[in-house]
Design a protein around this ligand. Sequence first.
Ligand code: 6LW
Length: 510
Amino acid sequence: MPHYDNPVLPGFHPDPSVCRVGEDFYLVCSSFEYVPGVPVFHSRDLVHWRQIGNALDRPEQLPIPPDSTASGGIFAPTIRHHDGRFWLITTNVHRGNFLVTAEDPAGPWSDPVWLDLPGIDPDLAWDEDGSCWCTFSGTHVARIDPATGTVLEGPYPGWQGSGGQYPEAPHLYRIDGWWYLVIAEGGTERGHGVSVARARSPRGPFEAAPANPILTHRSTNRPIQSTGHADLVSAPDGTWWMVLLGTRPRGHTPLYHVLGRETFLAPVRWVDGWPQVDPVQLREQAPACWTPTAAPPPRDDFDATTLAPAWISPRVRPAGSWSLTERPGWLTLHATGATLDRPGATLVGRRQQHPDCRITARLDPGTGRGGLSVRIDEAHHYDLEVAGGRVRVLARIGPLSQCVAEQPVAAGPVDLTVDIRTTDVLPPSVTSAEQLAAGGPGVGAAGPDTIGFLVGGDPASATLLAELDGRYLSTEVAAGFTGRVIGMYATEGSVAFDWFDHRPRPAADE
Ligand code: 6LW
């Protein structure tokens, strides 16, 4: 039997929700302050996912204050299919809970139908009589009319979990005459876990599984941490699976994760009427529907007239700030007067999806200022910038802003490279791996990775300007719910990009 590698959706793809229609699976994730919001993926085997669109792809679906803090916006979604339509319910923390619906999950999705229900992490489940139940953090459950958002009954107390903090991420399923309620508890950091209860009615009362949490990696040194926020789905062959979020911390004492919370897949078995899950592995036996699938192309040549759905921007992407037609085959970005240190700058980026990766891009700065930015948010980003015949490496870490390196560069198009590799340098106080393993004298902290900034696209001939410590672009330092995004930007005038390439770092270069 083939195997698959976890995470099945690497990079910041937290709070996954999945549904199946026939032999097709669809998955959505939270997207916070980024627009377009709620990426929608399709798969035929739960392992290979192709983004087919974004559910919230126009401003009227996604009111986000232009100066809002990072990690606001859209929290956890749920996707379900009922009566021939797709339903998606989620939370805009600036406005409340809402539903959108679509015939085609690739879109277009409807305008929002707002719900007068509190909390986060809303879920939808239908009874045989067509009643629609909305469960949300706490947990609580209410009967609603999904077409109008009207609350018809409740909310009632659902199930508060097995004692962990923050009972949330509820999903309600009607299986074999029971209503199963799967929740997250413990908080979305290292204490995270998945728990389950069941009842004969969505109104309860719920009885807890004999052994909760049914999944957690807390208090372990497993390479996957913070496992939680799960959604169950059956495969066409009747097997059951769970998508969930997790992190992959790296470095030394302490550990740091930089890709945010990623989507993992785990097999589920049913024992005595309860779901059971083993600790999630980086490599698992694949579902029977596993299908060999080519990886998506690593390069975008900007030859289309629309941006691929993986391209995201923080909070806004004003219509006039980008063009794929002004200079055919190039993405032209127009500055909006803001800097990367404040919301509103023109930035078009994509999630970093490989721990060790190499990003290259060709840009023509013209008389403008722009480049590549590796970011968590406006207070945590490293930039490789070209302007006025000079190329600079800039670092913004909290209150600190510094130009770390600069040199002249010829006018006209230039290739830039961001080279991200796992830190292989032991802390200065440690001289051997054995000493490190034994927690040696003064074992210092070393980051998860090193980020190199180079002029030139060919590693053999590119010029290294600077190497910076990746720990400052980690969630442990920056906090928040997102993860690294690597963007093309313009902060003065117009900057054109011919192509953008994001691929795993070739092993030979290790
Ligand atoms: C998500 C909720 C959570 O909606 O974080 O900490 C929120 N728990 O489940 C954002 O991911």
